[in-house]
Write a protein that binds this ligand. Sequence first.
Ligand code: ATP
Length: 465
Amino acid sequence: MQKSDGVMEKIVSLAKRRGFVYQGSEIYGGMAGMYDFGPYGVELLNNLKAAWWKEHVQIRDDFFGLDSAMFKDPRVWEASGHTSGFSDPLAECKKCNTRIRVDKELEKVGVKADEKMSEAELSKLFEEHKKNIPCPKCGSHDYTPVRAFNLLVKTNMGDFTGVNAEPVYLPGEACQGIYLNFKNVVDTTRAKVPFGIAQIGKAFRNEISPRNFLFRTREMEQADTQYFVKPNENKDAYERIKKDRFDWYVRLGIKPENLRWKQHDNLVFYAKDAWDIEYNFPTGFDELEGVHDRTDYDLTQHMKHSGTDLTYTDPYTAEKYIPWILETSVGMGRMFLAFFADAYTEDELGGEVRTVLKLSPKLAPIKAAVFPLLKNKPELVEKAREVYELFKKEVRTEWDDNGNIGKRYRRQDEIGTPFCITVDFDTLGETPEHKDTVTVRNRDTGEQERLSIADAIWKVRQAVS
Ligand code: ATP
């Protein structure tokens, strides 16, 4: 199902115009699959990360945070299957980005590709037969050319002389750092299975065709949790984690009708189960977050490749085992796009059409904007400055004295500011019982209430925390 046409363009344009997201390296003509978060974008991104961290670390007794180094021993990517797995001949569906293993798909239609074939030869063969190979996801036959592709981004750390340089890789996924530190966390904290480790970390992929704005980028940040459970004690915890992740989006304001579950059809051999939370992006429903039931595969792989014993010993029963893992993984850019798209609203308020970002106050980049009613009255400006200074100490606040009040409201609506605070003559004591009160205007309803300065600050703090 497609949302109304043009929504993506409107979102991209608002994001650029108001300083949320810029094209990466724009002054050089732009770099595909790269985006920079601007002044409001970084606030929203940080608020999303903080909300995620609060959910998975702050309020949990059974979770531990982590921030692992991006560069890792290259053997890590062998253990994870990234170095070998992605040297396959791949073509990507131009419609839905699904990548297919060209040799495997050819095999299915009875065509044997010789292992020694060059990329060009294989491409030719694929061209001849692709009419019989529908994309497994969307059924299209429109593919990129075949490439022997490794999604890992290789770099040359330590290559000062060009001699003896060891290839190292940027992380293809952030979660590997968690597996590498499983033993450290057990040894240095009171972690007892079942427990989880949470991390937000950068990941890089040589995506064949980055597209749909923040949806598919070559540099991303992933928010991952890995929950370690006793073997065969995965089922209930998995269901609970699935429910928690879905509910989290709804609690933070995503419309439930824009979210749905999708179970993976083809499980990798070691997985017990795998589901995606899909969001109704402007381009239609697609994966937002993966929730995977992965058995002991990851720790076992690292045990084999590192030679380090990662067996867990139950402190009460002395039972020894390799824990099973339940994983959640979401790209922060995709999450940003989902919240941004969901909040994007065009409505009418007081007879005027407006664009408003109906973000949860917890996520809004700016929590309050403080205005003097009039710019050319020094006594109003002075008092409003005082109020602004008070607000600024408590929450992210913006000052605006440009143009008339209506224009200021529109500007704040567009960036999702939930409260606009106006200092007027009553604040100065023109009506004595209103001295030191301000008007607090609600973004969604346009309604205003008069509150003491202290109550106004309290109200905003309550709404955003
Ligand atoms: P997809 O099928 O869309 O390529 P994936 O199944 O490869 O995604 P995972 O490897 O499971 O994704 O990564 C976990 C999460 O990381 C995804 O659910 C998504 O939110 C995010 N993610 C993955 N690749 C990208 C990308 N290229 N750009 C932005 N986010 C991404």
